[in-house]
Design a protein around this ligand. Structure first.
Ligand SMILES: Nc1ncnc2c1ncn2[C@@H]1O[C@H](COP(=O)(O)OP(=O)(O)OP(=O)(O)O)[C@@H](O)[C@H]1O
Length: 308
C-alpha cells in the first residue's frame, strides 16, 4: 500500500468494554482527509472511540490504525495525532501561551515557544495568549485546547464535542478553523450529538448508536434516512377537529388520534408532513398554535437507523 492509499484512520472489528458495559461493539470504518462527523446520542461510545484513536485507550478487541500504524502503545503515532478532549483540561492559572507551550514540551519539540506561537496563530488566539486561561470564554478555552492539540502539527485531529458550550458566533469561528485545517490536507474527526452541527460542517458522517456503527457515508443520504421515516406530531390549533377532518384528505397523513385532548398526527415522512399540516390548516381556516414532534428524541431517530 502506498502512503496515499493508507486511510488516515482505520478501525477493524473494534470493541471496547468496561467490565460488563460494552461501550463499543465490533466497529469497522475508514476515514480519509477532510472533515468527518461522529454523530450519536449521549453514551453511544463516541468518547471511547476517539480515545482509542488517539492511542490513549486500548481496544478490548480489534485494531485501530492511524496512518497505517497501530494507535495503541505507539509513540510514533502520538506525534501524528492530536486529541481535543471534551472536558475542560485547562489549568486556569496558566496563560494560553503557557498551556500550549506545556503541550509542546510534553511532545519534546525542539523549539516549544515557536511551535506554540504557530499553533496559537492558527486558532487566532494571539491577542489573548498572554491572559490566564481561567478567564477565557468557553469558545476561547476550546480554541486554546485545539492549539495545544495542534502544537506538534499532527496530520490527524480528533475532537470530542468541540462545539459544546460555544455560542453561535464561536461555533462559526470554530467551523471556519476546521475548514481551514481540512484545506491543509488534515484529517479532522469530531463528535457531536447534534445533527445540525454535523450537517453544517462534515462531508462525511459516521453514526454510532449503542456502541455500534449504525450508518456511515454522505451526510445527505443519512439525513434522508433519518427524516424519511414515519413521524408523529402533537398539534395544537384553534380547532383540532376541523383540522383533523381536513388532514384526512392529505395522502402523506397516515393516522390521526386524540390523545389526552391533543391531536396526534402520524405521517409517512417528515417533509411531506411539514407541507401538509400548514396547507390543511389554511384550507380548513384553522390557526396552528403548535406542531411538535412527539417521538423526536435523538435516541428515537438514531434507533430508527439501527432497527430499520
Ligand atoms: N471508564 C468507564 N467505566 C465504565 N463505563 C464507562 C467508562 N467510560 C464510558 N463508559 C460507558 O461506556 C458507554 C459509552 O460511553 P462514551 O463516553 O464513550 O459515550 P459518548 O458517546 O462519548 O457519550 P457522551 O456524549 O455522553 O460523552 C457508556 O455507557 C458509558 O457509561
Amino acid at each position: 500500500m502506498t502512503a496515499a492509499t493508507v486511510p488516515a484512520i482505520e478501525l477493524r472489528g473494534v470493541s471496547r468494554w468496561y467490565g460488563n458495559v460494552v461501550a463499543v461493539n465490533d466497529v469497522s470504518f475508514e476515514v480519509g482527509p477532510g472533515i468527518t462527523g461522529l454523530l450519536g446520542p449521549n453514551g453511544a461510545g463516541k468518547s471511547t472511540l476517539l480515545h482509542m484513536m488517539a492511542g490513549l485507550l486500548r481496544p478490548s478487541a480489534g485494531e485501530v490504525r492511524i496512518l497505517g500504524e497501530p494507535a495503541w502503545r505507539n509513540p510514533a503515532i502520538y506525534r501524528r495525532v492530536g486529541l481535543v478532549p471534551e472536558r475542560e483540561a485547562v489549568y486556569g492559572f496558566l496563560t494560553g501561551r503557557e498551556l500550549v507551550e506545556l503541550a509542546a514540551r510534553l511532545h519534546g519539540l525542539p523549539d516549544p515557544a515557536a511551535a506554540a506561537a504557530r499553533a496559537i496563530d492558527l486558532v487566532e488566539m494571539g491577542p489573548h495568549a498572554a491572559r490566564q486561561a481561567g478567564g477565557y470564554s468557553k469558545g476561547m478555552k476550546q480554541r486554546i485546547k485545539i492549539a495545544a492539540a495542534l502544537v506538534h502539527d499532527p496530520q490527524v485531529l480528533v475532537l470530542d464535542e468541540p462545539f459544546n458550550g460555544a455560542d453561535p458566533r464561536q461555533r462559526l469561528h470554530l467551523m471556519d478553523l476546521f475548514r481551514r485545517m481540512a484545506a491543509e490536507g488534515r484529517t479532522i474527526l469530531y463528535s457531536s450529538h447534534i445533527l445540525e452541527e454535523v450537517e453544517r460542517l462534515a462531508d462525511t458522517v459516521l453514526v454510532i448508536v449503542a456502541g455500534r456503527l449504525a450508518a456511515s457515508g454522505d451526510f445527505r443520504r443519512i439525513r434522508a434516512l433519518m427524516t424519511d421515516r414515519p413521524h408523529t406530531f402533537t398539534v395544537r390549533s384553534s380547532d383540532d377537529r376541523a383540522l383533523a377532518a381536513r388532514l384526512l384528505a392529505e395522502p402523506a397523513i397516515r393516522g390521526i388520534a386524540f390523545e389526552d385532548g391533543r391531536l396526534e398526527v402520524r405521517s409517512a415522512e417528515l417533509l411531506a408532513a411539514a407541507r401538509a399540516l400548514p396547507r390543511a390548516a389554511r384550507e380548513a381556516g384553522v390557526t396552528l398554535f403548535e406542531v411538535r414532534p412527539t417521538d423526536e428524541s435523538l435516541e428515537t431517530v438514531f434507533s430508527y437507523l439501527v432497527h430499520r
